[in-house]
Each structure stands twice: as C-alpha cells, then as structure tokens.
Design a protein around this ligand. Structure first.
Ligand code: ADP
Ligand code: MG
Length: 358
C-alpha cells in the first residue's frame, strides 16, 4: 500500500530536553518511504530520519549504532572503555576507541589546546557531570588544572594502550563522540541506499538527495531565544554542529557559568562568542571544532578558519549581537540579521554584503 504523506519535522530540541540544544532541522518532504525514530542517548535527545525503500532497516541499525557507541565511549556508563580508563588510569582500548582518541588528540593539538579531552577533572570540579554546580576556589582549580595536560597521556594508537601519568587524570570524548556517531550513521544510511538526516542533541548531519530535489534546510538556533533562529542554511548534505554556552549552565551570585571550559584558564570560555556552528562534510571534525572555536573566540577562530578553509565553514554569534559567517557558506545562509562575512584575506569583513570574495 503506497500512501503519500507530508512529513514536517521540526526538531526544536530545546523544548524536548532540559539541557537545551543549538540547531534544528526543518525538513519538508513529500515521501512515502520514510522512517523516523527518537532516542535518548549520550545524555541528549536524538532524532534519526531516513528516506528510501530500506529506511526502516536503516533507522533500526542507526539506533543500534548510537547505543553501541554510547556503551563504548560514555563516561556515564561505568562499563565503557573510557569510564574504565578514567577509573584505573590505564587500559587497552579497542581499535575503534583508540582511533577516536587519536583523532581528538590530533585536533586538540591543531587548535593549540582549545579542544582538550583531558579537561574532565575541571568540568567535574565545576559540577557539570553530576549537576552539583559550584564555582571552584583558586586552589581547587589549580589542583584540577594540573591534571589536564595531554602530554601526561601516554598513548599508542597501534595497540590501543593508553595510560595517565597521574591516576587522578580522566578523559571525556563528549565533545566529539556525537559527531563520530553521526558520521557512522551516514555510512549506515549509504549502505541501505537511503538519504536522511539526524539530529543528535544539536549535531545535525544529512546525506543524499531529498526526493523532491530541494536542498536540506538546517536552522541555527538563537542562543538568546531558543524558540527562534539566527538563520538557516539551504545546503547539500553536510554536518552542522553548534556549541553554545546556553546548552548547560548554572548561575551563582548573578553570574552565569556554562559547560564549555577554556583549557587555558579552567573557567567557562568567556570571549564574547555565545554560539559557534561548524559546517563540514566531516561530522567528527565539526563536533570537535564547534567546541574549539567557541573556546578560541572570534579573532583566533577567524585565523584558524583562514588556515583550514577547505575543511570547514563556520557561523559565530557574539554577545554584542553580531553574526559572522565565513565566505564559503555566505551564499547558502539566510538570515534577517545583518551578517558580517569573514573573508579569506580581508580582516575587516563586509557587513551586510552577501557576496563572498573567494
Ligand atoms: P555538547 O556536548 O553540549 O553538545 P560540545 O560538543 O561543545 O557540547 O561539548 C561540550 C562537552 O565537552 C562538555 O560537556 C564537556 O564534557 C566537554 N568539554 C568542555 N570543554 C571542553 C574543551 N575545551 N575541550 C574538549 N571537551 C570539552
Ligand atoms: Mg562539540
């Protein structure tokens, strides 16, 4: 039996989840062969949608994959490889987990430490793992910061052996695992000859063509009002990953503290950027870089992008209400706000212009 149905998916994930989300998918599709599932995993709400004759199997397999990766990597799962490593300070990782640790360390080095999987003790000190929020004292922070040096991790990717110089150290792949998972789901969709789109707690990734030939439409949430949008992309299949201080935070004495820590200070990144989105074909990279550029701030992120513009584009929103978009996506990003285009050479940008100079 074939019936046409209009599928309108709006994942305003903030409404679904207590900890809040950053991007959403608006998909309008006339399809008769789609399949969607929602799951809660990796501490967030996820939606998986596939289109194609085999979409049921594709989505089923995708959900199994989410749960498998969660079990392998999640610090919240005491049986995961990472949780065991964190508990005893040494382990032999599976090839897959070792591969992701290697990637995370590599990106961390490339962004000069803005992304640091060893930041765990500091995130923990602030209370973000157990909702036991607290602004640390200087001496507490100093003690925790001493445990975040990636040079104190000895790691052999070949055989998976990893150990910490100090057993109190711990790592967390939370800033990269969802990106890796969406990459894996795209592979599964491809194997099933499906197109589709996933939202893993604000990590959006799409693959394939929509049946009506239109582009994927991916909105970027307004960090000040998560029921509205800064703008949206009309794009070929890509990953769009957003990090925002509004996703998880607490208030003490009128000051807001969020969960993305600047590894240089041990304090929540506080450079004016309040939302950072990365657009890339590589979901794993996009996830790690969204955290990284949020930590770097506008100026360093711009320099970094200019040196890596073939690998990603970005959208940054600052607390003074300015919206910045790199030239590679300026043509496909729609917004009612004034947009400053970050160009390859020009340091000043070009407010209100929509024409990239590349
Ligand atoms: P979310 O997981 O909320 O979507 P991110 O992808 O930006 O947001 O990852 C933030 C998570 O990564 C935090 O919850 C924390 O566990 C960890 N983290 C915080 N700061 C850093 C950092 N500078 N580098 C790597 N991981 C970090
Ligand atoms: Mg991230």
């Amino acid at each position: 039996m074939r019936k046409r149905k209009l599928i309108l998916i709006m994942i305003a994930a903030m409404a679904l989840s207590g900890c809040g989300k950053s991007a959403s998918v608006i998909t309008t599709n006339s399809e008769d062969n789609s399949s969607t599932q929602e799951v809660f995993a990796m501490d967030t709400y996820m939606t998986v949608t596939a289109y194609g004759d085999d979409s049921d199997a594709a989505v089923e397999e995708a959900v199994e994959e989410i749960n498998r990766i969660d079990k392998m990597l999640s610090t919240g799962n005491p049986n995961s490889e990472i949780a065991k490593l964190d508990l005893v300070g040494e382990i032999t990782l599976s090839q897959e987990a070792a591969g992701l640790v290697a990637r995370a360390l590599e990106i961390g080095e490339d962004v000069d430490g803005a992304f640091n999987i060893a930041i765990y003790p500091v995130v923990d000190l602030w209370g973000f793992y157990n909702d036991n929020y607290h602004v640390p004292t200087d001496s507490e922070l100093e003690e925790a910061m001493a445990l975040t040096n990636v040079a104190d991790i000895s790691f052999n990717q070949e055989n998976g052996d990893i150990s910490f110089a100090n057993q109190e150290m711990a790592i967390d792949l939370g800033g990269i695992a969802k990106g890796y998972t969406s990459d894996r789901i795209m592979e599964i969709f491809e194997e099933h000859d499906c197109s589709g789109i996933v939202s893993l707690g604000g990590n959006i990734q799409a693959i394939g063509e929509k049946s009506d030939g239109s582009k994927w439409k991916i909105a970027i949430q307004d960090p000040n009002d998560t029921s509205s949008y800064l703008g949206y992309l009309e794009t070929d299949p890509v990953a769009v990953v957003t990090s925002g201080g509004y996703e998880r935070y607490f208030e003490e004495d009128g000051v807001t503290y969020h969960h993305i820590i600047d590894p240089a200070t041990g304090y929540p990144a506080d450079n004016g950027v309040i939302s950072a989105s990365i657009i890339s074909d590589d979901g794993t990279l996009a996830d790690a870089l969204s955290t990284s550029v949020f930590v770097m701030g506008l100026s360093d992120a711009t320099t970094y992008w200019r040196n890596h513009k073939d690998d990603f584009d970005m959208i940054l929103y600052t607390d003074d209400g300015n919206l910045y978009v790199t030239s590679g996506i300026a043509d496909i990003f729609e917004s009612d706000l004034d947009v400053t285009i970050i160009k390859i050479n020009d340091k000043t940008g070009d407010t209100n212009s929509k024409s990239p100079d590349s």
